[in-house]
Ligand binder design. Structure first.
Ligand code: ADP
Ligand code: MG
Length: 303
């Protein structure tokens, strides 16, 4: 079940939160929706889930237009809103039963609740009050309520924000597991999140799409203009000697005899470094071209 966003704009008063946004999430894909705070991620997700209408443009889920009153489409969508609003005084199982009843999944409802409680690892907590749970377990409840009606599409807004590192890994694994047979759009401002879970990344800033690429291809967006080489020699070298090879390089000693050399040129600088070593009677113990990471791409595109 695909998500198609076509020319969506949204205004809050005079402020444009989304400006003619278009993208697609194909059936079965897990796509990261990445952007700094205030970029428009939550607004876009509220429009996809039909919570608020766009000012212009439209969203199609499985070819059907999401309107604020289109319950057939909404039944196909599981949504974990930002900050995961829950009823703290309700009990886990009671709450999931309540959500299931809203979606009228009463047929085999108990079986489905059991399945989702198992999937989200909530079995030991199912008779506890939501308010008494840790943040990680509350987030599991949030995921469980998004999954309870077995939707084909999952919209997850900052699902791991505010969790400790162990909880983050647990929730990411859960998303991967639950997302196996679903179309997933997840928002985050954490680059590693996308690295860990997603196949594709859409970067948004100030309501405008800045990039939409396969994860493996997004690095090429910044790679072209800059290269970083890490070289380790067998002996100490003076920085002036390296600078003498090319005075435009940015040079830094990162540990014993190991240098980071940054160049703004496209031309591979490794042969020059290698030749320098040979003519100075140095042995090159290692020579690596550093991959730029998603964080760098992100800053490059949203700065
Ligand atoms: P993100 O989720 O990427 O942090 P949001 O979609 O929450 O971004 O917000 C996008 C912009 O729209 C922000 O500048 C925010 O202040 C503004 N905004 C969001 N919701 C509202 C609202 N209900 N009323 C007024 N402004 C809003
Ligand atoms: Mg948000």
């Amino acid at each position: 079940m695909s998500i198609v966003v076509e020319g969506v704009s949204k205004l809050y008063g005079k402020q444009k939160a989304l400006d003619n946004v278009s993208f697609e999430v194909k059936t079965g894909e897990i796509v990261g929706f990445l952007g700094p705070n205030g970029a428009g991620k939550s607004t876009m997700m509220k429009i996809i889930t039909g919570f608020i209408p766009p000012a212009s443009g439209r969203v199609l889920v499985n070819g059907l237009e999401v309107g604020t009153d289109n319950t057939d489409v909404k039944r196909q969508i599981g949504y974990l809103p930002e900050n995961n609003p829950l009823y703290p005084e309700m009990y886990v199982r009671e709450y999931l039963g309540y959500v299931a009843s809203i979606y009228k999944t009463e047929k085999n409802s108990k079986k489905q609740i059991d399945r989702i409680i198992g999937l989200t690892g909530l079995a030991p907590e199912q008779n506890k009050q939501i308010g008494s749970l840790s943040k990680g377990y509350k987030q599991r409840v949030g995921l469980a309520q998004a999954l309870i009606h077995n939707p084909a599409v999952l919209i997850l807004d900052e699902a791991t924000t505010g969790l400790d590192p162990n909880q983050i890994i647990e929730i990411r694994n859960l998303i991967k597991e639950a997302g196996k047979e679903k179309t997933v759009l997840l928002s985050t401002h954490i680059m590693q999140e996308v690295e860990a879970i997603c196949e594709r990344v859409i970067i948004i800033d100030h309501g405008v799409i800045m990039a939409n690429e396969e994860k493996s291809r997004i690095y090429s967006l910044v790679n072209q203009s800059r290269q970083i080489i890490i070289v380790e020699f067998d002996k100490a070298v003076d920085s002036g000697q390296i600078a003498a090879i090319n005075n435009t390089w940015n040079i830094r000693l990162i540990k014993n005899n190991t240098w980071q050399i940054e160049s703004d040129t496209q031309e591979d600088i490794r042969p020059a470094i290698f030749n320098f070593a040979v003519s100075n009677n140095l042995t090159v113990l290692s020579l690596q071209k550093q991959q730029s990471n998603l964080e760098e791409v992100f800053r490059h595109l949203t700065s």
